[in-house]
Design a protein around this ligand. Structure first.
Ligand code: KG4
Ligand code: ZN
Length: 343
């Protein structure tokens, strides 16, 4: 079955073609980062309008790359939620219109299911069951995954998501948007050990996270140095970035290892935008070698939002759940643990 996947939940338009027998045939992405950068964050209405402009050209592009035509498409998957309502509606309505014209079924995909199944697109995919560390701009969760659609929440963030903490901290240090990549780049020049920030909830005895205090600790530290030196010099900013990244990576890694211990599982999947962070990957790979578990990541381009993960997750569900109606529900808020297995 050839499935067209459309991702439009936030600020990236992603389109891909996944074939259940032949694998991923083509994928294309348009990032709106440059458009939102001057506002310091995503402007929802601009995001929706840009998705409208991008979905069909990207669809033509992936069809051409895969050597297919519209008539070859046998099902369409789109991101149903969670995400920005207007942005979701663009993908959902284009999917419904295309499906109506082509007389094929549609399926709405949970964005986070897309993220956590993305490592299954790799050559050496993880077998079920596994623990998933889902760390994106909107979510920081540890899930026990026993099969497609069988997700139990082990831990969640009580306030900011990990990516949100990166973004907010980067903003208050005067770095660009999105903050994660900018902050981790500057951290490369940081002096190890100059600053030490708190590790929120490291010893809380559960698998929950809290990152908003860390952001406040960064602000306090930055203010102390700003008073001393008028403005933060580049080295101090780099040192703060490294201290922040050290703290967040240690908490995420420790809780992920605790989740493996608690469930007795030996496979860890890391997914979502923060999964692109090199220090987190290195830290977890190191822990995996020491504590004898396996760790799986999507390739870097499939850590952040993309169409391939939606085409793949949709393909896993389409045969059973495909709709042939003009309804196109969206769910701007949607708990991953509410999903059911496809069979
Ligand atoms: O999964 P994603 O593309 O979108 C959501 O579903 O939220 O994740 C975006 C988040 C942003 O907060 C961004 O700053 C963060 O992932 N991010 C990173 C890195 N690359 C992206 N955070 C830390 N280090 C990175 N290299
Ligand atoms: Zn995402």
């Amino acid at each position: 079955m050839l499935v067209l996947g459309i991702e439009s939940s936030c600020d990236e338009t992603g389109v891909a073609l996944y074939h259940t027998g032949r694998g991923l045939l083509a994928h294309a992405l348009h990032s709106q980062v440059a458009m939102h950068a001057e506002y310091g964050g995503v402007v929802p209405e601009l995001a929706s309008r840009d998705h409208i402009r991008r979905v069909l050209p990207l669809t033509r592009q992936v069809l051409k790359e895969a050597g297919c035509t519209l008539r070859d498409i046998e099902g369409i998957a789109y991101t149903e939620g969670p995400g920005l309502a207007g942005a979701l509606l663009v993908g959902a309505s284009i999917a419904a219109a295309l499906a109506f014209a082509l007389k094929v079924p549609t399926v709405g995909v949970h964005h986070l299911e897309g993220h956590l199944l993305a490592p299954l697109l790799e050559d050496n995919p993880p077998a079920f069951p596994f623990v998933a560390l889902l760390v994106s701009g909107g979510h920081s969760q540890l899930m026990e995954v026993t099969g497609i659609g069988q997700y139990t929440t082990l831990g969640d963030t009580l306030d900011d998501a990990a990516g949100e903490a990166f973004d907010k901290t980067a903003k208050l240090l005067g770095l660009g948007y999105p903050g994660g990549p900018a902050l981790s780049k500057l951290a490369l020049q940081g002096t190890p050990g100059r600053f030490k920030l708190p590790r929120p909830m490291l010893n809380s005895g559960d698998l929950n996270f809290s990152f908003s205090g860390l952001k406040t600790a960064v602000l306090t530290l930055a203010n102390q140095h700003r008073n001393d030196a008028e403005a933060l010099d580049e080295q101090t900013r780099a040192d703060i970035c490294l201290a922040f990244q050290d703290a967040i990576v240690e908490v995420l890694s420790r809780k992920a290892v605790d989740a493996l211990k608690q469930t007795g599982l030996s496979r860890l999947v890391v997914a979502g935008g923060v999964g692109a962070n090199k220090q987190l990957r290195d830290g977890l790979s190191h822990a995996a070698a020491k504590k004898r578990f396996e760790v799986f990541y999507p390739k870097l381009e499939f850590c952040t939002d993309n169409g391939a993960m939606i085409a793949f997750a949709g393909a896993m569900r389409l045969r059973r759940e495909g709709r042939r109606t003009m309804n196109f529900p969206i769910k701007p808020r949607w708990d991953l643990a509410q999903l059911d297995a496809p069979d």
